[in-house]
Design a protein around this ligand. Sequence first.
Ligand SMILES: [Zn+2]
Length: 135
Amino acid sequence: MIVLNLICGTGHRFEAWFASAEAYEHQEALGLVACPHCQDTEVSRLPSAPHVRRAAPDAATHPDIAALTSRMLARIAAEAEDVGTRFPEEARRIHYHEADERSIRGQATIADTLELLGEGIAVLPLPSSGKKTTH
Ligand SMILES: [Zn+2]
């Protein structure tokens, strides 16, 4: 059995069951298919509604934000010049155009970091790589 979406001459839409599409064609040709609303036998097939596939939420497509962030931070850290404990001083010099503008990394205390931020210097705290810089 198949279900067909039909429309009559006056615009009523209805569904009807047939053994097959051929059975419908045959019955329609003989005027046996009538609109249940107005008994109109001038019916025609409507294209069946496209099957809408509901996109299931797929966790696998969501990028791992934490992994991306740590990779990005690692790249920033790798490209930055390591100024070690001179970081707060160097960050200030760059900010006040006393030194070449570049990415730097190094150690700063929380107090230093807050001071720099207070001066409007963008400081990005990075997780320690665990490597000790020797100076
Ligand atoms: Zn009708």
